[in-house]
Design a binder for this molecule. Structure first.
Ligand code: AMP
Ligand code: MG
Length: 488
């Protein structure tokens, strides 16, 4: 494995070097062989991965130099001051097959100077959720952190009750958060310039290291693209604080996230989000808010207000271009005003009649296809029509829309082209709340097969699979959709 301990070349004020705190009797629940292969040419069993993820320093390869990063951030719209890796350690950085840097970060590795009142550990629940969702998003084509594997252990931690701790070896192209810059701007403003140049060298090497304006624009655009992709697959992050958003536009820090099931854009995933700041609907606006706070740091480097305003304008434009193109593709149409109107009306039907976001888009293949193929999609369409029929005006509104949809398809494309396009972007499988919950319960009861089955299923989300059960395509019952606790 080629090592590239880039973070250690930065000013030591930015991190705290330390050992991990081993877990008792770690057991490897799952290992992501496919991800491992992208990182290294070595056989996967070369290292004792169970020991490594179990935070046993004695099993760490000699190249590992664990450290906790310091950063700051705005949480729920308020300045939170200094934060940092409270339970995670950057073990090392490696270069993947595309020549890109990848961080290996152990989450649940014990206390650090930034743990505040926390114990430095992670519950099985949040670990299973993060493991499966990082994998699911990556396989959907949404930039995301992923993980090499996770363990459960006999170490007992106190949450709502005494539970066993778990740990996960996260892999991400970047753990540098908007909050890193905020920390420097507030506590060490003289170091902000050099840090920014170093971040440009590492994460935006195509830019000149002194082109700070170019860097700001790129970060804003990548963030816009990421959030557009979240909206398109129905992912709601749940805790979009500036310390949870990185500078490459990769999904980071899974906590009280949720996938849209029955379409409710105002749904609050996060039990602690009393005002609904981080609903699905608000994500694009919150992305803008976060970037505005971040851009303000660069006042110190004499970046003009007009440049910052332009970055934010471009954020908005990029978001709309990505989202509008994507939502039209989801209904099999190239972007134009009529396609967009149809797509927005479709989304509005989903909201009015509380239909499942993922299944309804997939069911459109069943609407267009009049052969004997696409049985899965026709079943979804049948279920959808039945649900619409049970609601006032449901069927009529739907049928009106379908007539206009057919007309537009005939005018703008062919059925085959439309279906091919839709298949690429409308998944059959997403990580539903109930699915994650079942995998958690099995894992807690020492049965690791369900997590493995879901991992396999979510690896090919666009293809109908035999290992799927009816539950995997059934929306979680509204009564079971409880907000997710931040306790993790
Ligand atoms: P999050 O909202 O999960 O990103 O966490 C916010 C901050 O709290 C981060 O700095 C975490 O490292 C820290 N944190 C969360 N849980 C724990 C824990 N159990 N022990 C120590 N620090 C934690
Ligand atoms: Mg965080």
């Amino acid at each position: 494995m080629k090592h590239h301990q880039h973070y250690l070349t930065l000013n030591p004020i930015l991190y705290h070097k330390q050992h991990a705190s081993p877990l008792d009797n770690p057991r490897l629940v799952h290992f992501n062989h496919a991800l491992y292969k992208t990182l290294s040419n070595l056989p996967f069993d070369h290292f004792d991965w169970c020991g490594i993820i179990g935070a046993d320093n004695d099993t760490f390869p000699s190249e590992f130099r664990p450290l906790a990063m310091v950063y700051a951030g705005h949480q729920f719209g308020q300045w939170a001051g200094q934060l940092g890796d409270g339970r995670g350690l950057l073990l090392t950085q490696v270069i993947n097959h595309q020549g890109k840097i990848q961080d290996l970060h152990l989450k649940g590795a014990g206390k650090t100077p930034f743990s505040r009142f926390g114990d430095g550990r992670a519950m099985i629940d949040s670990t299973v959720r993060e493991y499966l969702c990082g994998h699911a998003l990556s396989c959907l084509g949404v930039p995301s952190s992923n993980a090499l594997g996770f363990v459960v252990s006999d170490t007992i931690i106190a949450r709502h009750q005494m539970v066993c701790a778990a740990a996960l070896l996260r892999v991400s192209d970047c753990h540098v958060r908007l909050g890193h810059f905020e920390w420097l701007a507030v506590y060490h403003p003289k170091l902000l310039g050099e840090f920014t140049h170093q971040m440009i060298d590492t994460y935006y090497p195509q830019l000149d290291r002194h082109d700070i304006s170019g860097f700001l624009k790129q970060v804003c655009q990548n963030t816009a693209k990421l959030i557009a992709q979240w909206q398109l697959v129905g992912f709601s992050h749940g805790v979009m604080n500036t310390d949870n958003i990185n500078i490459t536009g990769t999904t980071l820090d899974f906590g009280p996230f949720g996938m849209m099931e029955r379409f409710n854009p105002d749904w609050i995933n996060n039990q602690s989000d009393h005002l609904g700041r981080y609903t699905y609907q608000n994500q694009p606006t919150i992305g803008h808010w976060n970037l505005k706070k971040w851009l303000a740091c660069f006042d110190l480097l004499s970046i003009k207000q007009s440049v910052m305003a332009l970055c934010l304008d471009e954020y908005e434009q990029t978001f709309y271009t990505e989202y509008n193109t994507g939502i039209c593709q989801k209904i099999g149409l190239p972007l134009d005003d009529d396609s967009l109107a149809l797509a927005y009306e479709f989304v509005s039907l989903l909201k009015t009649y509380q239909l499942d976001y993922t299944n309804s888009f997939r069911a459109l293949i069943g609407v267009l296809d009049n052969t004997n193929d696409n049985k899965h999609e026709k079943t979804l369409l049948h279920i959808m029509t039945k649900e619409l029929n049970a609601q006032e005006n449901g069927l009529q509104s739907w049928q009106d829309w379908v007539v206009r949809y057919h007309t537009k398809i005939n005018k703008s494309t062919t059925i085959k082209t439309a279906i091919d396009a839709m298949r690429q972007v409308n998944p059959v499988y997403i990580l539903r709340n109930d699915m994650a919950q079942r995998a958690i319960e099995h894992t807690i009861h020492h049965d690791f097969n369900e997590a493995a089955r879901l991992f396999e299923l979510l690896a090919n989300p666009f293809v109908v699979q035999e290992i799927a059960t009816a539950d995997d395509i059934t929306p979680t019952h509204p009564y079971d959709m409880m907000p997710i606790s931040c306790m993790s």
